[in-house]
Design a protein around this ligand. Structure first.
Ligand code: DP6
Length: 360
């Protein structure tokens, strides 16, 4: 599909007012998206586990207005008006307007909240933009009731990507691939798809315990970091490596090979941070406790042969990934050894999920 396939048909019926509500999850990338071209096109393909507990719930109350020359919206975040989130939403609405041309005909009251604390250092852009895109798609569906659910999800992913790249992987579950990759025939730079090859049941109920190492504001935003991949000395080789990792995951997913899974996932996490450290300007998002946790995971794995590994996103928090079969051991290990490295002892138990849900 191309961008043009997402241009809308003529709407016959614009409802006077209404309400839509969706809950969209966060996701954690196994092969990382880091580096992008114009219009939110990723420099390399990525694949992620959709999460379950970490999610954004968004409700939009919409009503027709006379003047359709500009956007009009209010934003309420966790019960309070939130002016500083508005520019990001304004930019998003401008980017997606040609795909949803009814937007200026409505006043939107957007109410949104996260299941995780705002100051947890967990990025809410993926779940936030996914929930918003789904609400707006639900409005479009009222105007075009014939739309089927595959197209609905695909366009929601396409729109979410224009808000935040990784958000396009937060529409469906449980394993989502985004970005052109030749061996995956349906793969696209424009939206995420369900991972199309065989996945062993061991990966169907994986856990992700997020160790909250540092809850403060990051010193470099994701967008800033992506930009530094332009003219980066190692960028081209890194983009190739992402393709290679995605290729190796095919057999790993199919066979349920946890040993090789761990190798790819941890290498991806450390490569992501190596790219940050070798950017110009360079920066480090890991904290001393991030490294302490990584070392403890390696020691524990060596001693106990338990298949527990880590990944990182663009921050200091550590995502601990493990299969259902070692859940009790993992929780014990976290409590005995890792909690001490979490800010105020905080961590969030999440697991692989099935995707966003309509809630109203
Ligand atoms: C490190 O999707 O937050 O989490 O497209 O600029 O909004 P923008 O970036 P964003 O980048 C996420 C980067 C990552 C890796 C990943 O999720 O694949």
């Amino acid at each position: 599909m191309t961008e043009n396939d997402f241009l809308p048909i003529q709407y016959d019926n614009l409802p006077a007012e209404g309400k839509v509500a969706w809950k969209a999850p966060s996701n954690i990338a196994l092969v990382k998206y880091w580096g992008k071209k114009a219009n939110q096109i990723p420099a390399n393909p990525s694949v992620s586990f959709t999460l379950d507990a970490c999610a954004t719930t968004t409700t939009i109350f919409f009503s027709r207005k006379e003047d359709d020359s500009q956007f009009s919206f209010d934003l309420v975040f966790e019960g309070e008006p939130k002016e500083d989130f508005k520019p990001k939403i304004q930019t998003f609405l401008e980017r997606i307007e040609i795909y949803l041309p009814f937007l200026k005909s409505y006043h939107l009251k957007i109410e949104t909240s996260n299941s995780f604390p705002h100051s947890s250092g967990i990025a809410s852009s993926a779940s936030g933009m996914a929930a918003l895109a789904l609400c707006l798609m639900d409005m479009e569906k009222m105007m075009n009731p014939e739309m089927d659910s595959d197209f609905f999800n695909r366009k929601a992913s396409f729109l979410a990507r224009l808000g935040s790249g990784s958000a396009c992987r937060s529409i469906e579950g449980d394993l989502i691939q985004w970005g052109e990759h030749q061996p995956i025939v349906d793969s696209s730079n424009l939206y995420g798809i369900k991972y199309p090859f065989k996945v062993n049941t061991v990966f169907k109920n994986f856990h992700d315990t997020i160790l909250l190492v540092h809850k403060g504001q990051k010193q470099v935003s994701s967008s800033g970091g992506h930009n530094l991949m332009h003219n980066h000395p190692y960028a081209e080789r890194r983009f190739e490596q992402a393709h290679e990792h995605l290729d190796s995951l095919k057999a790993i997913f199919s066979e349920g090979n946890l040993e090789r899974f761990i190798e790819v996932v941890e290498s991806e996490a450390l490569t992501l941070h190596a790219m940050m450290m070798t950017s110009m300007p360079y920066f480090i998002l890991m904290k001393p406790d991030t490294l302490q946790i990584i070392n403890k995971i390696w020691d524990y794995r060596k001693k106990t042969k338990t298949p527990i590994c880590f990944t990182l996103d663009a921050g200091a928090n550590v995502h601990l990934l493990y299969p259902e079969s070692v859940k009790e051991k993992a929780i014990q290990f976290i409590q005995d050894e890792l909690v001490a490295h979490c800010e105020n002892g905080h961590y969030i138990c999440d697991r692989i999920g099935t995707g966003a849900r309509k809630i109203g």
